[in-house]
Design a protein around this ligand. Sequence first.
Ligand code: GDP
Ligand code: GDP
Length: 447
Amino acid sequence: MSDEAVTAEADAPRELAGTVAIVGFPNVGKSTLINRLTESRAAVVHETPGVTRDRKELLCEWNGIWFRLIDTGGVDEVEGGPFGQKIADQARAAIDEADLVLFVVDARAGITPGDEELATILRAAKRPVIVLANKIDDPRRDPEAAVFHRLGLGDPWPISGLHGHGTGDLLDEIVQRLPGTGEITIGADAIRVAILGRPNVGKSSLLNRIVGRERVIVSEIPGTTRDAIDTVLQRGDTTFVLVDTAGLRRKRKQRQGIEYYSELRALQAADRADVALVLFDASEGIVEQDLAVADIARKAGCSTLAVLSKWDATELDIVEAQGHLARRLRQRPPVIAVSAKTGRGIERLLDKVEQLFAKHNGRITTGELNRALDELKEARPGPQGDRGRRLKLMYGTQVETRPPRFRIFVNAPSLVTRDYGYWVENELRKRFELEGVPVSIDFVKSE
Ligand code: GDP
Ligand code: GDP
């Protein structure tokens, strides 16, 4: 694990105050400036190289305030003519997402045709801009910044990315100009939710529907693993943390060709989650790959809610689907039908997540558990060993929550067969309404 990732974990997740984009022509000093801005007190906790080769995202901190920095510095191809199409496209995309744009120009070179082109784009975009007249290494030369007034984007700031002249003030200015500077702390009772499913099952559409509801408050925070950005959602008294959603929230066209939910990514998200929404595309029916995703969720210790997506476009019968999933999936997940298109089921989905989490995090008293075990002893005799010895359930207790884990004392653990173990698991699941919850049982020799 890198140092950066460790920093991210040491600091509690915080709200991002906003997004800053750095644009400018090649060689004006963007990379040098970014190194300067992120080196000293500002911690670079995150790097997201995956998006495109030409673009990096960094999470930065200044005086306890976090913001995202989009670096378009990797674009250096100037193809034909005075102005590179690629640079313009990159800049437009970055500006689109930014709350504040840092427009870097080279004070030694003066205004170039490229600067003028970018200035035109920026004036049209109507985003807050700070023009940085870079490479003014000597403060006595600060007045030279003034020529960049002509770009029509306000007072230029004299700075030197290389020597650090003006960069501390710049960071102060950046955090002041960002929309949100509040901090939120995510309590231990927040429900961590992963949205899982094979490509095109409708994960992004569902997420956007969920966060688009008016009765929820949404913000983004750095996740605890490298690369991940989580979405925090407050509904009434309940906080939901939607794990690793940056890729899903990004506009569709920007994530083309990127599979955010490759298996590894899904594993990491599931590992951090309490509840997994496992999506099944109802317009296509349930396929093997979907069942494999549900298995990932169970093995990661998530409680599973099976979400039949695109319900507006199917003939599927929900009762049949439920039966099918109960037969195929060990955790017997509850099922909900939703449509991101019409909004059907979305409000209920969050209710279901809360209910499922209550079970996931719940505790069954030793009295209740032992009454259930007594019934199980009556219902089915334990498996028999070679010398006629029979397994006997003695008593049990719940030893862990979130997810639940039980310890059941027996006369001879070696007599527990796979079949019998599953049967006990399912009986407990039925009795305590643990559908969807991964139930672990350790059979232990009674002394
Ligand atoms: P980018 O292409 O915009 O990312 O530019 P770089 O950061 O790679 O810088 C281009 C060149 O300008 C490099 O040779 C840097 O050393 C130089 N440079 C960057 N910032 C400054 C500065 O503040 N002062 C001086 N004198 N040179 C700088
Ligand atoms: P992801 O790859 O799992 O994130 O899936 P997307 O959310 O990008 O959706 C894949 C495709 O399914 C897109 O063409 C969506 O328009 C479509 N889609 C998503 N949700 C619904 C829905 O509720 N109803 C219908 N009819 N189509 C949907």
